[in-house]
Design a protein around this ligand. Structure first.
Ligand code: NAD
Length: 402
């Protein structure tokens, strides 16, 4: 294995930026130990104390105050973009121009137009190489894709065990916007579809498509906003944190909650409920799949288990059984320090698997992991999001995709 380390940087040290830093720190410690050495080069954040804190915590070498310094640093190979969605396009362009590999957070961009421009970039840079002659990677981070339990359910679906999936029920309920005094931030800016749908829906839409294939049509969409304006913060807002606010307010430009139904390529119908104003549910992502021969459910607050039922058990003891993920579960063996059944799994572990997959693509080494989604996949999610927003605009009318 090559001795030259892969030098990585993270742009954004907020809620998800820290998770990317953690992921890069762990990526060399999981699965096979034969992996290029990873140099934790830099973290960039406009909020310098926040960036310095992440740099120290995760053992990176230096802090930059501007993403352009990452682009200009000739020693850096691969970069995560983990800032507000409206900034993704300009940063991705700057990084690709500088010959860096890019892992961009979901949703790919703040608007469909920006996402289309990013796919243009992906096409423009396809076949171009970094300073070491490696083809440039343009990818999107769909972290939920890496959950072992969901991949176990996916394998059952692909193996035909459901015979087939008829209904897919996905929910993503959060409470981060319940408080109407929660400060204005980038999350409340952008048109219909860029609120709860873009922030939370992008995850659950992707999971539905991971398991059932592409969404072919959406219908019945309803979305609304209950808090129409929010106070401006008096300090930096990180993630969903509350800070002191001023008396000045700005309008909320996107939706707090929504619902829609859809059809998937495998014939399943999907029912989705998504909200950022769901009291008492800080981060509740659930999936329930049924078909004539099996059913499965998963709750992200219990990431190391899923419920499953099929006709294997005798009728007198049949019922949903709790499966603890174990080394037989896809992705789980060696994905974390203790991989024994019952030890557990953490959402943050997904970021290590994702970082490993991305850096494997960069280095051109086989990881056995699904490669990260590309910008074109990220654009597809934005197209689904736009179709849902259009359905809501048209009183729930069906909008077909592709
Ligand atoms: N995969 C996941 O599970 C997950 C979870 C949360 C957020 N996200 C995604 O991650 C991205 C960031 O979300 P977040 O919640 O971490 O946001 P955040 O607001 O917590 O952090 C964003 C950071 O970017 C910094 N920043 C702003 N402009 C900058 C610039 N020009 N240069 C450098 N830094 C700059 C801010 O100071 C802030 O610290 C979004 O795309 C979001 O959708 C993904």
């Amino acid at each position: 294995m090559t001795e030259t380390p892969l030098s990585v940087a993270v742009i954004g040290a907020g809620m998800a930026g820290r998770a990317h830093a953690y992921g890069y720190r762990q990526a060399g410690s999981i699965y096979d130990s034969d992996f290029p050495r990873i140099r934790l080069a830099a973290i960039a954040d406009a909020n310098v104390p926040l960036g310095e804190d992440a740099t120290r915590r995760y053992g990176f070498e230096r802090t930059y105050s501007d993403w352009r310094q990452v682009a200009e640093d000739p020693e850096i190979d691969a970069v995560s973009i983990v800032v507000g969605n409206a900034l993704h396009l300009s940063i991705a362009r700057g990084l690709l121009e500088a010959g860096k590999h890019v892992l961009c957070e979901k949703p790919l961009a703040g608007t469909l137009e920006d996402a289309q421009a990013m796919v243009e970039l992906e096409r423009e840079y396809a076949g171009r190489t970094d300073a070491q002659g490696r083809p440039l990677i343009t990818s999107v981070g769909y972290t939920v894709r890496r959950m072992p339990a969901l991949n176990a359910i996916r394998a059952k679906v692909e193996g035909g065990e459901f015979g087939p999936v008829t209904n897919f029920i996905g929910t993503y309920l959060c409470d981060y916007s319940c408080d109407e005094r929660a400060p204005m931030s980038w999350r409340y800016k952008g048109g219909p579809g860029s609120g709860a749908l873009g922030d939370l829906g992008s995850h659950v839409i992707d999971t539905g498509e991971l398991i059932n294939g592409p969404i072919t049509a959406v219908r019945g969409a309803v979305m609304d906003t209950i808090t129409k304006e929010r106070p401006l913060p008096l300090g930096a807002v990180v993630g969903h944190q509350h800070v002191e606010v001023s008396d000045e307010v700005e309008p909320v430009e996107n939706e707090d909650f929504l619902t829609f139904t859809c059809s998937f390529a495998n014939g399943a119908v999907g029912t989705y409920t998504i909200s950022r104003v769901a009291f008492g549910t800080p981060n509740s992502q659930t999936y329930h799949l049924v078909g004539p021969r099996a059913q499965a459910s998963f709750d992200i607050t219990k990431p190391a288990e899923f419920m499953y039922d099929d006709a294997q058990a005798a009728a007198d003891t049949r019922g949903q059984r709790r499966v603890l993920i174990n080394p037989e579960t896809p992705l789980y063996a060696n994905s974390c320090a203790m991989d024994a059944p019952g030890i557990g799994y953490n959402y943050n572990d997904n970021f290590a698997i994702q970082a490993r997959a991305f850096l494997g693509q960069v280095a051109g080494v086989e990881t056995g992991l699904d490669p990260c989604a590309g910008f074109a996949d990220g654009l597809h999610t934005l197209e689904v999001i736009q179709a849902i927003a259009a359905s809501a605009e048209q009183g729930g009318a069906e909008v077909r995709l592709g």
